[in-house]
Structures are given as C-alpha cells and as structure tokens.
Design a protein around this ligand. Structure first.
Ligand SMILES: Nc1ncnc2c1ncn2[C@@H]1O[C@H](COP(=O)(O)OP(=O)(O)OP(=O)(O)O)[C@@H](O)[C@H]1O
Ligand SMILES: Nc1ncnc2c1ncn2[C@@H]1O[C@H](COP(=O)(O)OP(=O)(O)OP(=O)(O)O)[C@@H](O)[C@H]1O
Ligand SMILES: [Mg+2]
Ligand SMILES: [Mg+2]
Lengths: 275, 275
C-alpha cells in the first residue's frame, strides 16, 4: 500500500508547503503516483497546485469527518490533491471533532482501503486507477501540515509512517525542534508505533549568510545522518511559482530550487532502499 | 489603563515575534512602560528577550489558568515579559481548558486589575511600580501570538483592543488574510466589540525582488490607509539578535531593521493621537 509521509514543523514559515508541493511534484514527474492531502486551513498547498479557492468542495474536512474521498487532478498526471479550506478550522474549534481522538484521518484512510479491497474482490477488474483511486493505488501519500501542534498535525502523525521536518536556517527555527520530537515520541508510544522521522531538511539556506551557515553546521553536528544531504537554497522562483498555481518543478524546472527538490526526491528514494 | 495590542497572523513565519519584540523594545526605549506576554508555546519572544528556557516558571500558562502574574525583567528597564513554554499547548489539548471559552486571558487580566485597585484603595501608597506591576501601571501590553487560529490566538483577540497584522511580502501570505479578518469580525460581534485592526505591517520587504514589490503594491491598493507607511526591510541583523537574547534595537540600534521598528513605534504613536 501507499507510504504516508507527513511534512511538519510547528514553527511557522519554514517551507513545509513548499516542500510538500515540490517533493510531490518531483516524485510524480519521476513516475510515482502521488496523492497530496492539504491539512492546513489556509489551503496554501491547494493554491500551489492550482486549485481555485471556490473549487475546494469536497475538501479535506469532508474526508476527515465523513469519509468523502474526492481527489482532484493537478497539472501533473501522476499528482492528485485533496484540497483544504477554512472549514478545517472546525476540527479545532467545534464539537464533536474538538473532542475527537486524533485518528480521524487514519480511520478515514483505513475505511476507504477496506471498501476498495472488498469491491476489488467482487469485480477483479480494478485495473485502471480511477481519478478517485483508492489509497492503496498511490505509491505515496503526502500530508502538508499547518504550523503549531494542533489536532490537525496530530491527525497527520497518527496516520503517517514517515515524517519529513523542514528546518529554516534561522535561529528561532532551532527552538521548536525539541518540542516537536517530544510530541512525535509521545504519539509513537501512545497511538502510532510505526511513526519515525525520515529526515530533517534544511531550507532557505543562504551560503552568503553566516547565521545560515552556522545553523546548518549546528544541525548537522547534533542530528548527524538524520539531516538530508540535499539542502534547499533560498530561491525566489520557489516563492513565485504558487502565484501561477503550479509547483516550481513545472514553473521553472532548471532553477536552483527545483533542482534541489529533484535531488531530494532521489535522495529519499535511495534512503528508502530504491522504493 | 494599559492598551492591549495583539500581534497576530495565522500564517507562519511572517515576523509576528520579531515585530512584538522590537516594537515593545522601541516603545520601552522611548520611555513607555511595556509588558510583553508570550502566547506561543515555542517561546520565541521569551528567547528574543533573553529568558532562558529553564527560567520560564511561572509562565503565561500559569497566568491564564491560575492568575499567577509574575513578569520578569529584560535588558531594558521599561520592558517586562511573561514568558511562555510548552505547557501552553495544554490549553489546546487538555481538559478543562480545551473546552473553556476564549476569555481565560481577559479574565486573568481583569481579576488582577480589581485586586490591585482594591489594595490601592486600602494602602494609598502604591507609588513605586513593583516588578510585578499590575496591568494598569503599564502603558501598553503586547501579546505575541502563535501561528494558526487556535484558542491561544482567540484568547488574545478577546483580551485586546488593537491588532497589528505583520504581512510578509510573499504570495502565500496574502491568502490567509481574509480568514483572519473573518475571525476578527466574528469575535468582535460575539465577545469583544472593542477589538479593531490597528494596521497591517509589511515585513521582510526586498526592493530588489519584483514579487515583494508586487505584493506591497497589491496590499496598499486593497487595504489603503490600514497599511502602515513604515515597511520593515529584510535585514539579517533582525534574525541574528535573538541568538544574543536581545531585541535588535539593542543588539544593533542603527541597522535598517532597528530603524524601521523605531519608525513604526513613532508612526503608531502618532496614529493613536500621540498617546
Ligand atoms: N527555498 C526557498 N526560497 C525562497 N522562498 C521560499 C523557499 N521556501 C519557501 N519559500 C517561501 O517562504 C514562505 C514560507 O514558506 P512556506 O509557506 O512553504 O512555509 P510553511 O512552513 O508551509 O508555512 P506555514 O507555517 O504558514 O504553513 C512562502 O512565501 C514561500 O513561498
Ligand atoms: N525583516 C526581517 N529580516 C530578516 N529576517 C527576519 C525579519 N523578520 C523576521 N525575520 C526572521 O524570519 C523568521 C520568521 O520570523 P518570526 O519568527 O518573527 O515570525 P513569526 O510570524 O513570529 O513566526 P511563527 O509563525 O513561527 O510564530 C525568524 O527566523 C526571524 O528571525
Ligand atoms: Mg504551509
Ligand atoms: Mg512567532
């Protein structure tokens, strides 16, 4: 079945969405079938993949609360997205979801799997992956998480096997890491023993800036092999692409940002043993 | 009494903490007595004001939940801080706070005011503002909000009269604004009719970058006078200062970032009628 990867860091603005969108796109361009689920009420990943704000119905909220699974196409054939909108804030604020355990997403994905397996056994002709292909027909499912440690992020941690942590090369960004690791540890022992940190990704690195260099040196010294070799440089093309509703790998495939995300896609593939 | 100002934007990494810390410092250096309350479990503002992680007890969590009011000194005489630590996450996750209405902070501030007024009437010798000066002896109280629209941010919106919205000159940053304004509107009509948007602050502006210029032009065209004339430039000194545990206005008072925050402090003072 599909491997579920969460892209998360409670610190804001560190490149979670930029990483989720461009890693998904790089894998899709390499032939993998990818589903991105946007779990941020701001809906930045949905925008970055070209889904207009008024076209986000049904959304991730409908999937988590009612199991309505309706991925939408993006400009890339192999990349589908379940968009997000402001109704996701209801999960944080309104009953019954406010009191629900953090496994809404995990259960919605599981229920879908069971339904499809039942149907596949009946018809044996599943063959061609339909637009709303069931989760097990995707190679990878990527979850873009909002900032903070709300229940939207814990839902992602409960459903995921792997966690990619983008880390901006800035001083404040280092602070939140220990809280994040603590949260992962406590969820691993309570609800999801499969969850493990896939790697830490240095983002917005600027070789001319001594603070950036210092943060990178510090993180590599402390985290060693958990830090990806690939570093994402600060590159304005990465921040321009969303205004055109496409990943940077499509908007400008040879810019330094796109090349870095393609290198990251390959590095993660190798680290996972070529899968 | 003190004017309470929240610095908030659900979008992450837009300069909320950098603005709260440096605006507070600029006002303190100009002679105002300022209290900063850190409402972010990451505790970045506490770090930026030099409070070591193991010295944050009692914290904002203790103030919101038990009324324990113990501001700490900073390197600036007129600037005090109530630090934050990871226990603030409990307000989002654990009972009874998870189900509490969003007025924990407002009620804690009110209770304090009543107690001091009672005591002042009894002793008449309040005179010298003690380190834990009651809220009404501060000119301004500044609230640094976490990213997202959790109950920590709504607590700030319930307690505050003014709201400053830092807006990074980036495409994704524009997306969340309408949700933020909607949230403000609904809280204004339900719990806090005094809340009004003081202004939108453009941050990390980069004159050499056409996207940054375009975002600034767009925001001024749509928001008009709500946008401060002062723009905060991208300036690495602003991101270096926190690693020294001090505001940039102290770390490097003549860098472009510090000068911009001092200009902002004056502009807001003028807009509020010299107060
Ligand atoms: N390597 C980069 N170079 C230049 N700009 C970047 C880079 N990565 C991200 N950005 C820009 O920086 C801003 C923050 O990135 P992004 O929105 O991806 O972070 P995030 O962690 O998802 O934020 P949030 O916490 O709000 O979800 C965006 O405007 C984005 O376009
Ligand atoms: N004008 C600026 N120039 C350069 N760097 C800046 C500027 N303003 C903020 N920064 C840096 O950018 C990063 C994000 O800023 P900051 O942490 O203040 O944003 P925030 O909105 O408080 O983030 P969060 O959403 O996580 O609370 C920090 O590392 C900070 O040092
Ligand atoms: Mg994001
Ligand atoms: Mg902050």
């Amino acid at each position: 079945g599909a491997r579920i990867t969460a892209v998360a860091n409670q610190k804001g603005g560190v490149g979670k969405t930029t990483t989720a969108v461009n890693l998904a796109a790089a894998w899709a361009e390499a032939g993998k079938k990818i589903l991105l689920i946007d779990l941020d009420p701001q809906g930045n990943a949905s925008t970055g993949l070209g889904i207009a704000p008024q076209k986000r119905n049904p959304s991730a909220f409908d999937f988590l609360t009612q199991g309505v699974f309706a991925p939408q196409r993006t400009l890339l054939d192999n990349l589908w997205v379940i968009p997000a909108s402001r109704d996701l804030n209801k999960i944080l604020r309104e009953k019954p979801w406010r009191d629900a355990p953090d496994n809404l997403l995990r259960d919605a994905l599981k229920a879908l799997l069971l339904e499809k397996e039942k149907r596949a056994a009946e018809t044996k002709s599943e063959g061609e992956a339909s637009p709303a292909a069931p989760p097990h027909l995707y190679d990878d499912i990527i979850l873009d998480c909002p900032p903070g440690l709300s229940s939207l992020t814990s839902n992602a941690f409960c459903a995921a096997r792997s966690l990619i942590v983008p880390l901006q090369c800035e001083f404040y960004a280092l602070e939140g890491l220990s809280q994040l690791f603590q949260t992962v540890e406590s969820l691993r022992s309570s609800v999801n023993p499969d969850l493990r940190i896939d790697g830490i990704l240095l983002t917005m690195a600027d070789g001319r800036n001594s603070l950036s260099e210092q943060v990178e040196a510090d993180v590599r010294a402390h985290m060693g092999a958990q830090v990806y070799k690939t570093v994402i440089p600060r590159n304005v093309r990465l921040s321009e692409a969303p205004s055109h509703g496409m990943p940077a790998t499509l908007y400008d495939s040879s810019c330094s940002g796109s090349l870095a995300y393609k290198a990251l896609a390959e590095e993660i593939g190798r680290r996972r043993g070529g899968r």
